[in-house]
Design a protein around this ligand. Structure first.
Ligand SMILES: Nc1ncnc2c1ncn2[C@@H]1O[C@H](COP(=O)(O)OP(=O)(O)OP(=O)(O)O)[C@@H](O)[C@H]1O
Ligand SMILES: [Mg+2]
Length: 263
């Protein structure tokens, strides 16, 4: 039994013309505890849909999703999502944002404050605890979002292009922070990205998707210790392999060219 199991998952969405779009086609993979797995693939191949299903926000039409041998049917504190845009509450201060999930769990304010502050320290933002989201840069907001997710101590962190809107330099910095947090906390991470280099730098395993219908075309293990150097020969080879895989599957009509160079 694996920690997280995705078995024969299918998802359809109704189209305007009355037909059904097969967004996820017979998706099967397993994730072990403490693994960092990236999902990569062209726009529209169902990555966010799959993450939303794992979060329990939407349901698969068929198949099974198991976490620790228990079916995923609804959202829960064992899984937390971090989105591309940090989705912080603008009317709450940084620390109040981080405390929010703890408040819902009815943890007393003093304990919540202590936990939130500790988590803000871990993302190097303690001194901004009383600032408001509009006073932060994009990278800082994402760090608050990561702190807000981690403070709940979820078993699985679901990340949907969390660094997609950031400049390359900030992205590189956050890679380092995320890897450090991951090494320290050993969370299980499912990470969606368009950026091949980001995926190979961060992940233990990459699941490559194609679209129409959204399906898995390859699973690649990356057996290199962290932290990794982006110029490592193996990583460069892998990057080209994945790029070729995606380009050979790519339908450019209505799509976009794959990002070749990323942070
Ligand atoms: N609620 C919905 N109703 C109808 N169709 C949807 C819905 N959500 C997603 N879709 C469709 O499902 C497909 C997959 O969408 P999804 O957002 O999962 O793709 P993605 O792989 O995350 O793409 P991107 O890389 O652009 O974020 C798309 O064709 C999209 O139009
Ligand atoms: Mg998406």
């Amino acid at each position: 039994m694996a920690f997280l199991e995705i078995k024969n998952v299918n998802k359809y969405f109704p189209m305007e013309n009355g037909s059904q779009l097969n967004v996820l086609n017979n998706i099967n993979f397993k994730i072990e505890k403490h693994e960092f797995v990236s999902l990569i693939g062209p726009s529209g191949c169902g990555k966010s849909t799959l993450l939303n299903i794992l979060a329990g926000l939407i349901h698969a039409d068929s198949g099974e999703l198991l976490l620790n041998d228990k079916a995923i049917t609804k959202p829960g504190n064992d899984r937390v999502m971090v989105f591309q845009e940090s989705a912080l509450f603008p009317w709450l201060s940084v620390i109040e944002n981080v405390m929010f999930g703890l408040k819902i769990q009815q943890i007393d304010k003093k304990t919540a404050y202590t936990k939130a502050l500790k988590q803000l320290k871990a993302v190097h933002l303690a001194e901004f605890k009383d600032s408001y989201p509009h006073q932060l840069s994009g990278g800082m907001k994402q760090r608050v979002a990561i702190a807000r997710a981690l403070v709940i101590n979820p078993a699985v962190l679901l990340m949907d292009e969390p660094f997609g809107a950031l400049d390359d330099q900030t992205r590189l910095l956050l890679h380092k922070e995320l890897i450090n947090l991951w090494l320290k906390t050993k969370k299980t991470i499912v990470f969606v990205t368009h950026n091949i280099r980001e995926a190979i730098k961060l992940s233990d395993r990459i699941i490559v998707f194609a679209n129409n219908p959204g399906r898995i075309i390859e699973k690649i293990n990356i057996d290199l210790p962290q932290p990794r150097n982006k110029d490592n020969k193996k990583l460069v080879e892998l990057e080209n392999r994945i790029l070729n895989l995606l380009q050979s599957e790519m339908n450019f009509e209505g799509g976009y060219r794959y990002e070749e160079i990323g942070a």
